[in-house]
Design a binder for this molecule. Structure first.
Ligand code: LP5
Length: 250
Protein backbone atom coordinates (compact mmCIF):
# COMPACT_ATOMS: atom_id res chain seq x y z
CA UNK A 1 0.00 0.00 0.00
CA UNK A 2 1.21 3.50 -0.88
CA UNK A 3 -0.24 6.65 0.64
CA UNK A 4 -0.31 10.22 -0.64
CA UNK A 5 -1.26 13.37 1.26
CA UNK A 6 -0.87 17.12 0.80
CA UNK A 7 -1.88 20.52 2.18
CA UNK A 8 -1.95 19.65 5.88
CA UNK A 9 -0.67 23.14 6.73
CA UNK A 10 0.66 21.84 10.04
CA UNK A 11 0.88 24.57 12.62
CA UNK A 12 1.13 24.67 16.41
CA UNK A 13 -2.13 26.58 16.57
CA UNK A 14 -4.04 23.63 15.08
CA UNK A 15 -3.50 20.72 17.49
CA UNK A 16 -6.54 18.99 15.98
CA UNK A 17 -4.78 18.68 12.59
CA UNK A 18 -1.55 17.62 14.26
CA UNK A 19 -3.39 15.02 16.34
CA UNK A 20 -5.15 13.64 13.28
CA UNK A 21 -1.86 13.49 11.39
CA UNK A 22 -0.05 11.66 14.21
CA UNK A 23 -2.90 9.15 14.40
CA UNK A 24 -2.77 8.77 10.59
CA UNK A 25 0.94 7.95 10.86
CA UNK A 26 0.27 5.34 13.49
CA UNK A 27 -2.81 3.76 11.95
CA UNK A 28 -1.96 3.94 8.24
CA UNK A 29 1.51 5.18 7.33
CA UNK A 30 3.36 2.70 9.52
CA UNK A 31 1.83 -0.12 7.49
CA UNK A 32 2.58 1.50 4.14
CA UNK A 33 5.48 0.88 1.79
CA UNK A 34 5.74 4.58 1.07
CA UNK A 35 4.22 7.90 2.06
CA UNK A 36 4.26 10.79 -0.41
CA UNK A 37 3.69 14.30 0.96
CA UNK A 38 2.89 16.57 -1.98
CA UNK A 39 3.57 20.00 -0.53
CA UNK A 40 2.23 22.53 1.97
CA UNK A 41 2.92 20.04 4.72
CA UNK A 42 3.55 23.04 6.97
CA UNK A 43 1.50 26.24 7.18
CA UNK A 44 4.67 28.20 6.48
CA UNK A 45 8.40 27.41 6.48
CA UNK A 46 10.97 30.17 6.68
CA UNK A 47 14.11 28.00 6.80
CA UNK A 48 15.54 24.88 8.44
CA UNK A 49 17.60 27.11 10.73
CA UNK A 50 14.39 28.53 12.21
CA UNK A 51 12.78 25.22 13.18
CA UNK A 52 10.49 25.48 16.20
CA UNK A 53 10.09 22.71 18.83
CA UNK A 54 6.76 21.91 17.14
CA UNK A 55 8.44 21.44 13.75
CA UNK A 56 11.14 19.31 15.40
CA UNK A 57 8.45 17.09 16.89
CA UNK A 58 6.88 16.57 13.45
CA UNK A 59 10.29 15.65 12.01
CA UNK A 60 10.75 13.15 14.86
CA UNK A 61 7.33 11.60 14.16
CA UNK A 62 8.22 11.11 10.48
CA UNK A 63 11.62 9.74 11.47
CA UNK A 64 9.98 7.13 13.66
CA UNK A 65 7.74 5.95 10.82
CA UNK A 66 10.70 5.88 8.42
CA UNK A 67 12.79 3.75 10.76
CA UNK A 68 9.95 1.22 10.81
CA UNK A 69 10.31 0.75 7.06
CA UNK A 70 8.06 3.31 5.35
CA UNK A 71 9.90 5.33 2.72
CA UNK A 72 8.86 8.97 3.04
CA UNK A 73 8.98 11.42 0.14
CA UNK A 74 8.39 15.14 0.51
CA UNK A 75 7.65 17.66 -2.24
CA UNK A 76 7.73 21.41 -1.72
CA UNK A 77 4.51 23.41 -1.76
CA UNK A 78 4.03 27.16 -2.21
CA UNK A 79 4.12 27.67 1.59
CA UNK A 80 7.08 25.44 2.49
CA UNK A 81 9.44 25.63 -0.47
CA UNK A 82 12.27 26.60 1.90
CA UNK A 83 12.33 23.13 3.50
CA UNK A 84 15.87 21.91 3.05
CA UNK A 85 18.38 19.17 3.77
CA UNK A 86 18.39 19.56 7.54
CA UNK A 87 14.67 18.90 7.90
CA UNK A 88 14.89 15.97 5.48
CA UNK A 89 17.76 14.46 7.46
CA UNK A 90 15.88 14.85 10.74
CA UNK A 91 12.68 13.42 9.29
CA UNK A 92 14.51 10.78 7.27
CA UNK A 93 12.59 11.70 4.14
CA UNK A 94 13.66 12.23 0.54
CA UNK A 95 12.99 15.55 -1.15
CA UNK A 96 11.01 15.01 -4.35
CA UNK A 97 11.25 17.36 -7.34
CA UNK A 98 8.08 18.99 -8.65
CA UNK A 99 7.03 17.41 -11.01
CA UNK A 100 8.13 13.81 -10.37
CA UNK A 101 7.36 10.70 -12.32
CA UNK A 102 6.92 7.67 -10.04
CA UNK A 103 5.72 4.12 -10.41
CA UNK A 104 2.57 3.42 -8.37
CA UNK A 105 0.94 -0.02 -8.62
CA UNK A 106 2.82 -0.66 -11.84
CA UNK A 107 1.72 2.59 -13.49
CA UNK A 108 3.89 5.62 -14.27
CA UNK A 109 2.16 8.49 -12.48
CA UNK A 110 2.97 12.20 -12.42
CA UNK A 111 3.10 13.88 -9.00
CA UNK A 112 2.98 17.67 -8.53
CA UNK A 113 2.08 20.14 -5.82
CA UNK A 114 -0.28 21.78 -8.32
CA UNK A 115 0.44 25.50 -7.95
CA UNK A 116 2.45 25.64 -11.18
CA UNK A 117 -0.67 24.42 -13.04
CA UNK A 118 -2.65 27.52 -11.98
CA UNK A 119 -1.40 29.42 -15.01
CA UNK A 120 -4.48 31.69 -15.22
CA UNK A 121 -3.51 33.16 -11.84
CA UNK A 122 -1.03 35.58 -13.40
CA UNK A 123 -0.09 37.50 -10.24
CA UNK A 124 0.67 34.25 -8.42
CA UNK A 125 2.71 32.84 -11.30
CA UNK A 126 4.73 36.09 -11.32
CA UNK A 127 5.28 35.82 -7.55
CA UNK A 128 6.27 32.15 -7.90
CA UNK A 129 8.85 33.00 -10.54
CA UNK A 130 10.45 35.53 -8.19
CA UNK A 131 10.37 33.34 -5.07
CA UNK A 132 11.76 30.24 -6.82
CA UNK A 133 14.61 32.07 -8.53
CA UNK A 134 17.80 30.42 -7.16
CA UNK A 135 19.39 33.80 -6.44
CA UNK A 136 16.30 35.02 -4.55
CA UNK A 137 16.17 31.71 -2.65
CA UNK A 138 19.80 32.19 -1.63
CA UNK A 139 19.09 35.73 -0.40
CA UNK A 140 15.90 34.69 1.43
CA UNK A 141 17.73 31.86 3.23
CA UNK A 142 20.35 34.32 4.46
CA UNK A 143 18.05 37.10 5.68
CA UNK A 144 17.90 37.60 9.46
CA UNK A 145 15.26 35.43 11.10
CA UNK A 146 13.10 38.41 12.16
CA UNK A 147 13.08 39.79 8.62
CA UNK A 148 12.03 36.40 7.23
CA UNK A 149 9.24 36.12 9.80
CA UNK A 150 7.97 39.60 8.92
CA UNK A 151 8.18 39.01 5.15
CA UNK A 152 6.43 35.65 5.42
CA UNK A 153 3.65 37.24 7.54
CA UNK A 154 3.24 40.10 5.04
CA UNK A 155 3.14 37.68 2.15
CA UNK A 156 0.49 35.50 3.82
CA UNK A 157 -1.62 38.59 4.53
CA UNK A 158 -1.35 39.87 0.94
CA UNK A 159 -2.13 36.41 -0.36
CA UNK A 160 -5.26 36.06 1.80
CA UNK A 161 -6.60 39.43 0.64
CA UNK A 162 -5.73 38.74 -2.95
CA UNK A 163 -7.16 35.18 -3.20
CA UNK A 164 -10.50 36.35 -1.73
CA UNK A 165 -10.91 38.58 -4.77
CA UNK A 166 -10.00 35.97 -7.38
CA UNK A 167 -12.60 33.99 -9.32
CA UNK A 168 -12.82 30.23 -8.71
CA UNK A 169 -11.54 29.39 -12.18
CA UNK A 170 -8.49 31.60 -11.67
CA UNK A 171 -7.37 29.80 -8.51
CA UNK A 172 -7.95 26.36 -10.05
CA UNK A 173 -5.60 24.53 -12.39
CA UNK A 174 -5.68 25.56 -16.03
CA UNK A 175 -7.01 22.66 -18.20
CA UNK A 176 -4.52 23.40 -20.98
CA UNK A 177 -1.60 23.36 -18.53
CA UNK A 178 -2.83 19.98 -17.25
CA UNK A 179 -3.12 18.55 -20.74
CA UNK A 180 0.29 19.86 -21.68
CA UNK A 181 2.13 18.46 -18.65
CA UNK A 182 0.43 15.06 -18.96
CA UNK A 183 1.28 14.94 -22.66
CA UNK A 184 4.87 15.99 -22.00
CA UNK A 185 5.37 13.20 -19.44
CA UNK A 186 3.24 10.68 -21.31
CA UNK A 187 1.11 9.76 -18.30
CA UNK A 188 -2.47 8.63 -17.83
CA UNK A 189 -2.63 9.75 -14.20
CA UNK A 190 -1.72 13.07 -12.59
CA UNK A 191 -1.93 13.48 -8.80
CA UNK A 192 -1.66 16.89 -7.14
CA UNK A 193 -2.91 19.06 -4.27
CA UNK A 194 -2.84 22.85 -3.74
CA UNK A 195 -6.33 23.80 -4.95
CA UNK A 196 -8.17 22.32 -1.91
CA UNK A 197 -10.71 20.82 -4.32
CA UNK A 198 -10.39 17.07 -3.75
CA UNK A 199 -11.79 14.99 -6.60
CA UNK A 200 -11.08 12.33 -9.17
CA UNK A 201 -11.51 13.91 -12.60
CA UNK A 202 -11.92 11.51 -15.49
CA UNK A 203 -10.44 13.16 -18.55
CA UNK A 204 -10.52 12.27 -22.22
CA UNK A 205 -8.48 9.33 -23.58
CA UNK A 206 -8.93 7.39 -20.33
CA UNK A 207 -6.75 9.86 -18.43
CA UNK A 208 -7.44 11.01 -14.89
CA UNK A 209 -6.47 13.86 -12.56
CA UNK A 210 -6.64 13.06 -8.86
CA UNK A 211 -6.73 16.06 -6.53
CA UNK A 212 -5.78 15.56 -2.88
CA UNK A 213 -7.69 17.54 -0.28
CA UNK A 214 -6.45 19.95 2.38
CA UNK A 215 -6.72 19.09 6.08
CA UNK A 216 -8.63 22.19 7.20
CA UNK A 217 -11.78 20.38 8.41
CA UNK A 218 -10.97 16.71 7.83
CA UNK A 219 -8.07 14.61 6.62
CA UNK A 220 -7.70 13.40 3.04
CA UNK A 221 -5.42 10.72 1.68
CA UNK A 222 -5.04 8.66 -1.45
CA UNK A 223 -4.53 4.96 -0.86
CA UNK A 224 -2.91 3.13 -3.75
CA UNK A 225 -3.05 -0.66 -3.92
CA UNK A 226 -2.78 -3.09 -6.84
CA UNK A 227 -6.60 -3.02 -6.90
CA UNK A 228 -7.23 0.72 -7.08
CA UNK A 229 -6.46 4.36 -6.31
CA UNK A 230 -8.93 5.33 -3.56
CA UNK A 231 -9.38 8.89 -2.27
CA UNK A 232 -10.35 8.68 1.41
CA UNK A 233 -11.31 11.01 4.23
CA UNK A 234 -10.63 10.97 7.94
CA UNK A 235 -12.83 12.69 10.48
CA UNK A 236 -11.08 14.89 13.02
CA UNK A 237 -11.64 14.04 16.66
CA UNK A 238 -14.41 16.05 18.36
CA UNK A 239 -12.10 17.43 21.01
CA UNK A 240 -9.37 19.69 19.65
CA UNK A 241 -6.82 18.04 21.88
CA UNK A 242 -7.65 14.40 21.31
CA UNK A 243 -5.51 12.60 18.79
CA UNK A 244 -7.81 9.68 18.06
CA UNK A 245 -9.15 9.12 14.59
CA UNK A 246 -12.39 7.58 13.50
CA UNK A 247 -12.39 5.02 10.69
CA UNK A 248 -12.14 6.38 7.12
CA UNK A 249 -15.50 7.63 5.86
CA UNK A 250 -15.03 6.11 2.44
O1 LP5 B 1 -1.12 29.84 0.03
P1 LP5 B 1 -2.50 29.95 -0.50
O2 LP5 B 1 -3.00 28.63 -1.00
O3 LP5 B 1 -3.43 30.60 0.45
O4 LP5 B 1 -2.43 30.95 -1.76
C1 LP5 B 1 -1.63 30.58 -2.85
C2 LP5 B 1 -0.93 31.80 -3.41
N1 LP5 B 1 -0.21 32.51 -2.38
C3 LP5 B 1 1.04 32.16 -2.03
C4 LP5 B 1 1.71 32.95 -0.94
C5 LP5 B 1 1.74 32.09 0.31
O5 LP5 B 1 0.46 31.96 0.87
C6 LP5 B 1 2.68 32.68 1.36
C7 LP5 B 1 4.03 32.12 1.18
C8 LP5 B 1 4.82 32.23 2.43
C9 LP5 B 1 6.18 31.64 2.14
C10 LP5 B 1 7.06 31.82 3.28
C11 LP5 B 1 8.49 31.53 3.00
C12 LP5 B 1 9.09 32.53 2.11
C13 LP5 B 1 9.26 33.81 2.80
C14 LP5 B 1 10.57 33.91 3.49
C15 LP5 B 1 10.93 35.30 3.67
C16 LP5 B 1 10.44 36.13 2.56
O6 LP5 B 1 1.64 31.23 -2.53
C17 LP5 B 1 -1.93 32.74 -4.03
C18 LP5 B 1 -2.71 31.99 -5.08
C19 LP5 B 1 -3.41 30.80 -4.42
O7 LP5 B 1 -2.42 29.95 -3.84
C20 LP5 B 1 -4.23 29.95 -5.40
O8 LP5 B 1 -3.38 29.33 -6.35
O9 LP5 B 1 -3.68 32.85 -5.66
O10 LP5 B 1 -1.18 33.76 -4.69
C21 LP5 B 1 -1.34 35.04 -4.29
O11 LP5 B 1 -2.27 35.37 -3.60
C22 LP5 B 1 -0.31 36.01 -4.81
C23 LP5 B 1 -0.91 37.35 -5.11
O12 LP5 B 1 -1.78 37.26 -6.23
C24 LP5 B 1 0.18 38.34 -5.37
C25 LP5 B 1 0.76 38.85 -4.09
C26 LP5 B 1 1.81 39.89 -4.41
C27 LP5 B 1 2.72 40.10 -3.22
C28 LP5 B 1 3.94 40.85 -3.66
C29 LP5 B 1 4.98 40.81 -2.59
C30 LP5 B 1 6.33 40.57 -3.16
C31 LP5 B 1 7.27 40.15 -2.06
C32 LP5 B 1 8.54 39.51 -2.62
C33 LP5 B 1 9.39 38.95 -1.47
C34 LP5 B 1 10.71 38.57 -1.96
Amino acid sequence: MILLISDLHLHEERPDITGAFLAFLEQYAQQAQALYILGDFFEVWIGDDAMTPFQHSIAAALHQVATQGTQIYLMHGNRDFLIGKKFCQLAQCKLLQDPSLVSLAGEQVLLMHGDSLCTSDHSYIRLRKVLRNPLVLFVLRHLPLRTRQRLAGDLRQKSKTSTRMKAMNITDVNPEAVEQVMQQHQVRTLIHGHTHRPAVHNLTDNKRRIVLGDWENQGWFLQVTQADFALKTLSFPKSKFKSVLSEPDA
